[in-house]
Ligand binder design. Structure first.
Ligand code: GUN
Length: 306
């Protein structure tokens, strides 16, 4: 029987470890502070940001959300980031991606003070990651490693295949797996015979953003499968095919008119994997937990506690 990697359980564990650290910072003067910048009205981003703010509230972390309009210019957003860089009560700054197309994302990420960069997206922190130096790590990749470690899944010497080469997940998770001594392959849309490469994986990380694309012919029996995708499917026929007419999942679809599906086919992975992350409830909760870890660590460094 495959074992489900329960992101909610690990998230709760991480949060309970953070409680005393937040209390120590508060006792020393003030709680950690996180600013979240959400430009415009992307529905998926709105849900992510709401969950990030809620996690702060649960932990007693001060949070402020800033919501500029979709029409904001690069210069205006740079000014917002500069103001947050200068704020003594703000330890972490997160600019939710994607940004509208008129905004130069690379300039915005470069403007966030590296010591307040709780996303680990600043080129300085990307360099720290590659060099194996301390610094904030991107939250989803860090969460994946945390999940593997807390379930005592060995990484050293294993063959890891990452599908997707984004700056947010694919590239950094490959680097973290490499630091844990896995043999790592990064695949993408131009990789020939993707299924054959994926079948070599002891640890398969799917971060492509395409609903249920990883089917049985991509999964080696006994593999550990990490599904980073969160795709909303609103076509009932497609949902029925993906969930092989599972009454439970289709009842959920009928209630909401859509359903969340990862990048991995849920029925195939449940049959073949040794361990796998469900969607929802796998990687997602870990991303937010690691954002909290990065925010507390940034506050501790500023307070001289570490
Ligand atoms: N958009 C999707 N994932 C992320 C993330 O981890 N951080 C930010 N800032 N934006 C995102």
């Amino acid at each position: 029987m495959p074992q489900i990697l329960d992101g909610n359980r690990v998230r709760d564990e991480i949060k309970s470890e953070l409680n005393p650290r937040v209390a120590a910072l508060s006792a020393k003067g003030r709680p950690p502070g996180l600013a979240v910048v959400l430009v415009g009205h992307n529905p998926a981003s709105e849900i992510y940001v709401r969950n990030k703010i809620k996690a702060c509230q649960d932990l007693g972390i001060f949070s402020e959300s800033i919501a500029p309009p979709d029409s904001i210019t690069t210069e205006e957003l740079l000014a917002t980031v500069e103001q947050l860089n200068a704020r003594p009560d703000i330890d972490g700054i997160l600019v939710q991606l994607p940004l509208p197309k008129q905004v130069d994302t690379k300039r915005i990420l470069l403007a966030v003070a590296p010591q307040k960069d709780v996303d680990g997206f600043h080129p300085c922190n990307v360099g720290n990651l590659v060099a194996g130096l301390p610094g904030p790590r991107a939250c989803t990749p860090a969460g994946i490693i945390e999940l593997l470690k807390r379930y005592r899944i060995p990484i050293a010497g294993k063959r890891a295949v990452v599908v997707g080469r984004s700056d947010i997940v694919g590239k950094p998770v490959a680097m973290l797996l490499l630091h844990e001594h896995a043999t790592v392959t990064i695949c993408h849309s131009k990789t020939p015979d993707l299924a054959a490469v994926c079948r070599e994986a002891d640890i398969l990380v799917a971060a492509i953003g395409r609903a249920a694309m990883i089917t049985r012919e991509f999964i080696r029996p006994g593999a550990v499968v990490i599904d980073v995708g969160t795709n909303r499917v609103d076509d009932r026929q497609e949902a029925a095919r993906i969930f092989r007419n599972s009454e439970e999942r289709l009842a959920a679809f009928d209630k909401r008119g859509n359903v969340l599906v990862g990048d991995v086919n849920p029925a195939d992975v449940a049959e073949l994997a040794s361990f796998y992350t469900p969607v929802p409830g796998g990687v997602g909760p870990l991303t937010i937990a690691m954002l909290m870890v990065n925010t507390v660590a940034a506050a501790e460094r500023r307070a001289g506690l570490c």
